[in-house]
Design a protein around this ligand. Sequence first.
Ligand code: BG6
Length: 301
Amino acid sequence: MTSQILEELNERLAMPGLTFVAGPGDLPVVQIENEHATAAIALQGAHVLSFQPSGQGDVLFMSRQAIFAPGTPIRGGIPVCWPWFGKNASDPSLPQHGFVRTMPWEVRAAGSGEEGTYVEMALTDNDATRALWPHPFELRLIVTVGRTLRLELVAINTGGQAVTLTSALHTYFAIGDASTISIHGLEGLTYLDKLEDYAQKHQDGPITISDETDRIYLDTAGTCTIEDPKLGRRIIIAKSGSRSTVVWNPWKTRAREMRDFAPDEYQTMVCVETTNAATDVVTVGPGDAHRLIVVISAEQA
Ligand code: BG6
């Protein structure tokens, strides 16, 4: 099955530096390699697995216990959470973080432009999505790999009624040591602490991590940076279409509870997620579109 899918995709869209290959668990993966970077994107979930700028380590974290299987979320990279972030507000029995991260996406186009090599993937409503969320939609994710990694998630309301959405480009970053990094750009803002029943708190200074952390920062339109002294690297996260940012690290106890995450890996990852979450709910009118964009780059000291 996978080999037939790959053959069709390679015939239609492969080009120098962009091919479709069988990835881990035999999942179809887009492999991109150009003068600036290499990247891999699973078609399940349109999930970016890896982004490695030339001469650097991977900017994205992937758990060595990640499960690669049809219908299972992948622990690391950039899961696309849509059309809701976290638990579904009206029915907590629905899948956490929506359903598109575990569904197969189609590939619409691939090519290269000024910003790098790109691939456009799409998912439209079908029986499986309508069983979970009764709205017509077209979702596109355009991933561009160059000096930067750019993701543009376009949510088009193809139905006749306005819909409300929350979502995330749930990015797992690879870091040297969680207890020595600092995250800048959210100073002075209010956040909701998910570990204390969404208590509203104030962020003084840059974020440092020394325990389980699960926060939704509000009014966050600006750029964030992760300063990583151990790897001698700065990661820069610029975005648009998002006014909230989630910062997550499971730390020791939660790490041990996750079967797809190794017990020590809380030390080498942090999620800084470009979201529409909490009060940052998006309403998309009939025929309208919402664009959620993140542009990630890394500077080595
Ligand atoms: C974060 C949430 O975005 O994702 C956390 O804020 C959650 O509460 C984490 O634990 C991981 O979610 P999941 O469903 O991928 O295990």
